[in-house]
Write a protein that binds this ligand. Structure first.
Ligand code: NAG
Ligand code: NAG
Ligand code: NAG
Ligand code: NAG
Ligand code: NAG
Ligand code: NAG
Ligand code: NAG
Ligand code: NAG
Ligand code: NAG
Length: 514
C-alpha cells in the first residue's frame, strides 16, 4: 500500500518535471496559459424566477403563456435551483479544477423593469456574492451580459426590433461594468446573435417566438450589432484602464462542408457560414456585412418587389464604429453540416424568408453519430472551422466559449466523453497549424433547461436529478474525464488512483464512481 503511494508520488514528480520543461514543445498538450472552464446561463440554471423582486423575462413569459411551444411543456421556474445552491455549485467547480466559470446575468433579476433607474438589491447581492466566492476560490469569471432573457417590458416595445433598445441595453451594460467589473476577467456582450435574431424574431424557435423571417431578424441584427459596439466602446473608453478585462461577442458557428468540390457547392457552404455568423463577425472584424449576404438579400428583395434591400444598411460612420469591437473571437461550436447549391432549374420558391435569401440546401451525413436530430459528432469540422476563422479574420485570438454534446442524460455518457476528447484533439490539431485558441469552455456544467427542448436534451457533465426537490448533482463519466483534462492539460495518458496508466483513454477508463 505504502509502496504504491510512493510510486504514485514519484510518477507525479516525474510528470511535473516533464511538464515544466517539455510543455511548450509538445503539441499534444495545451499551453500553460490556456484557460479551461465550464459554462451555464441564468435562465437555464437559476430558477427562482419570481423571488426577491425579479422582473419577468421573455422566457418566463413564453414558457408560462405558450407552454405548448416547449417540447415537454416545462419551464425554468426552478431549473437547477442554482439561485439557492451557489455554495454547492462552487464546490463542484473547485473540485473539477476549472480556471474560469462562464455564467450570465439575468437582466430582470438585476433591473426588474429593464431600465437602469432601479437596481434590485437582492439581484445585486446574488451576483456580488457569486463573484466574491469565485474570487475566493481562485476561479476567474467570464460573464455573459445578455444570454437571451430580455425583460418582457422591453419586448412590449418590439424588443430587438426597436432601435431604442440600444441605449437601454448599454445602460444595463454600464450598471454591470460599474457594479461587478472589478472581479470580471472576460465580458461577453451577447451570446449567439444569430439565434437571438433568427430564432427569436424570424422563425419562432426561441422567445419571443416572432414569425417574421427575412425582415425582423435583419432589423434585430442591425440593432444588436450597434448595441454591442456601443457597449464595447463604453467599456473601452471608461472601464478598461482600471478593470483590464477582455470584452467581445460570442457567435455560434457550425462548420459547413461542401457536398462536392463543385464551385457552386463550395460557394453554398461558404454562404451558409457567412449568413450564420459572418453576418456578425464580418462587421466586427472586417467592416460591414459579408458581400454575399448583401448581394443575395438585395437580389431576393428586388425579386419580391421590395424597393430596397430588406437588410438594413450601415452608414459609413456605423461601419467604422463597429469595426474592431472585439478583443477575441467568441466561438460556440457544436456540430457540422453539409451544404449544396440548389438545382439551377428549380422554380423560384415564393415568400420572404432568410432561407430563401440563403438559397441552398443542407443535410447531415448519415455516418455522423448522434443522440439527437441535430448534434452530430464531427470533430474534424471544428478543426476546419478554427482554421477557417484564422484565415478569414486574420488570426484572431479564439475563445471557445461553448462546446459540448447532447444526449438523454445517462451517467455513463460515453459518447459525450469521446466527443470531448476528440473535439479537444481537433482543437490541438488546429493550434498546431497556427490557430490562436486561448480558451476552451465545456457546455455545460450541469443538465439544465434546454430552451424549446425543455429537459429532453441534456448537455451536462454533471447530472441533475429533476425528480428530487434537492436537484441532486452527480458526476457523469465525462465530468471525471474533464477533471483530468483540466488538471493535466492534455487528453490522454491519465493515471488512476493506483498510478496505473488508464488503458485506451476511452470511456472504459473512467468509472462513474471514481
Ligand atoms: C412564484 O412562482 C411559483 C411557481 O413557480 C408560485 O408557486 C409562487 O406562488 C410564485 N410566488 C410569487 C411570490 O409570486
Ligand atoms: C420603441 O420603443 C419606445 C420606447 O423605448 C417607444 O416609445 C416606441 O413606441 C417604440 N416603437 C415601436 C415601433 O414600438
Ligand atoms: C409563420 O407564418 C407562416 C405564414 O406567414 C406560416 O406558414 C408558418 O406556419 C408560421 N410559423 C410559425 C412557427 O408560426
Ligand atoms: C419603398 O416602399 C415602402 C413601403 O414598402 C414605402 O414606404 C417607401 O416610400 C418606398 N420608397 C421608395 C423610394 O419608393
Ligand atoms: C480602445 O481604446 C484604445 C485606447 O484608448 C484605443 O487605442 C482603441 O482604438 C480603442 N478600440 C476601439 C475598437 O475603438
Ligand atoms: C438560387 O440558386 C440557384 C442555383 O445556384 C440559382 O440558379 C438561382 O438563380 C438562385 N436563386 C436566387 C433567388 O438567388
Ligand atoms: C489526435 O489527432 C491526431 C491527428 O489527427 C491523431 O494522430 C491522434 O491519434 C489523435 N489523438 C486522439 C487521442 O484521438
Ligand atoms: C442534495 O444534493 C447534494 C448534491 O447535489 C447532496 O450532496 C446532498 O446530500 C443532497 N441532500 C439531500 C437531503 O438529499
Ligand atoms: C487502475 O488501472 C489498472 C489498469 O487498468 C486496473 O487494473 C486497476 O484496477 C485500476 N485501479 C483503480 C484503483 O482504479
Amino acid at each position: 500500500m505504502i509502496g504504491s503511494q510512493f510510486l504514485l508520488l514519484f510518477v507525479q514528480l516525474v510528470e511535473l518535471l516533464w511538464w515544466s520543461t517539455a510543455i511548450q514543445l509538445n503539441p499534444s498538450r495545451f499551453p500553460r496559459d490556456f484557460l479551461f472552464g465550464t459554462a451555464t446561463s441564468a435562465y437555464q440554471v437559476e430558477g427562482a424566477w419570481n423571488v426577491s423582486g425579479k422582473g419577468e423575462s421573455i422566457w418566463d413569459h413564453l414558457t408560462h403563456n405558450y407552454p405548448s411551444l416547449i417540447r415537454d411543456q416545462s419551464n425554468g421556474d426552478v431549473a437547477c435551483n442554482s439561485y439557492y445552491k451557489m455554495e454547492e455549485d462552487l464546490k463542484i467547480l473547485k473540485d473539477l479544477g476549472v480556471d474560469f466559470y462562464r455564467f450570465s446575468i439575468s437582466w430582470t433579476r438585476l433591473l426588474p423593469t429593464g431600465y437602469s433607474t432601479y437596481i434590485n438589491k437582492d439581484g445585486f447581492q446574488y451576483y456580488n456574492k457569486l463573484l466574491d466566492l469565485l474570487k475566493k476560490n481562485d476561479i476567474k469569471a467570464m460573464v455573459t451580459i445578455y444570454h437571451w432573457d430580455l425583460p418582457q417590458s422591453l419586448q412590449e416595445y418590439g424588443g430587438w426590433t426597436n432601435s431604442s433598445i440600444i441605449d437601454v441595453y448599454v445602460e444595463y451594460a454600464r450598471v454591470v461594468f460599474e457594479l461587478f467589473g472589478d472581479r470580471v476577467h472576460t465580458w461577453i456582450t451577447f451570446n449567439e446573435p444569430f439565434q437571438i435574431c433568427v430564432e427569436g424574431y424570424g422563425v419562432a424557435a426561441k422567445a419571443p417566438a416572432w414569425n417574421d423571417s427575412g425582415i425582423s431578424d435583419y432589423i434585430c441584427g442591425y440593432n444588436l450589432l450597434r448595441a454591442h459596439a456601443k457597449a464595447f466602446h463604453l467599456y473601452n473608453n471608461t472601464y478598461r484602464r482600471v478593470q483590464k478585462a477582455k470584452i467581445g461577442i460570442t457567435v455560434q458557428a457550425p462548420w459547413a462542408e461542401p457536398a462536392t468540390s463543385s464551385e457552386g457547392d463550395v460557394q453554398a457552404a461558404n454562404r451558409l457560414m457567412q449568413f450564420y455568423f459572418g453576418w456578425f463577425t464580418h462587421p466586427i472584424y472586417k467592416g460591414d456585412y459579408p458581400e454575399t449576404m448583401k448581394s443575395h438579400i438585395a437580389f431576393r428583395s428586388a425579386l419580391e418587389g421590395y424597393n430596397s434591400s430588406r437588410l438594413p444598411q450601415f452608414t459609413s460612420e456605423e461601419i467604422e464604429y463597429i469595426k474592431g469591437t472585439s478583443d477575441f473571437f467568441g466561438l460556440n461550436h457544436y456540430t457540422s453540416i453539409m451544404a449544396a447549391e440548389l438545382p439551377s432549374d428549380m422554380p423560384v420558391v415564393p415568400g420572404t424568408s432568410i432561407a430563401n435569401d440563403i438559397n441552398l440546401t443542407y443535410y447531415y451525413d448519415e455516418s455522423w453519430p448522434s443522440d439527437t436530430n441535430w448534434l452530430k459528432v464531427v470533430p474534424w469540422g471544428l478543426e476546419k472551422l478554427l482554421l477557417f476563422i484564422k484565415e478569414e479574420y486574420d488570426n484572431p485570438d479564439i475563445y471557445i466559449t461553448e462546446n459540448g454534446y447532447a444526449d438523454q442524460g445517462t451517467l455513463n455518457d460515453n459518447t459525450r466523453l469521446t466527443y470531448y476528447r476528440d473535439y479537444l484533439n481537433a482543437t490541438l490539431n488546429a493550434m498546431a497549424q497556427g490557430a490562436s485558441v486561448k480558451v476552451y469552455t465545456a457546455w455545460t456544467l450541469m443538465d439544465n433547461f434546454e430552451w424549446m427542448a425543455g429537459y429532453t436534451e441534456k448537455f451536462g457533465i454533471v447530472h441533475v436529478d429533476y425528480e428530487s426537490e434537492n436537484r441532486t448533482r452527480t458526476y457523469k463519466r465525462s465530468a471525471y474525464f474533464m477533471k483530468h483534462v483540466f488538471k493535466k492539460r492534455r487528453i490522454t495518458g491519465f493515471r488512476n488512483r493506483s498510478g496505473k496508466l488508464k488503458t485506451g483513454d476511452g470511456p472504459e477508463a473512467f468509472s462513474v464512481s471514481e
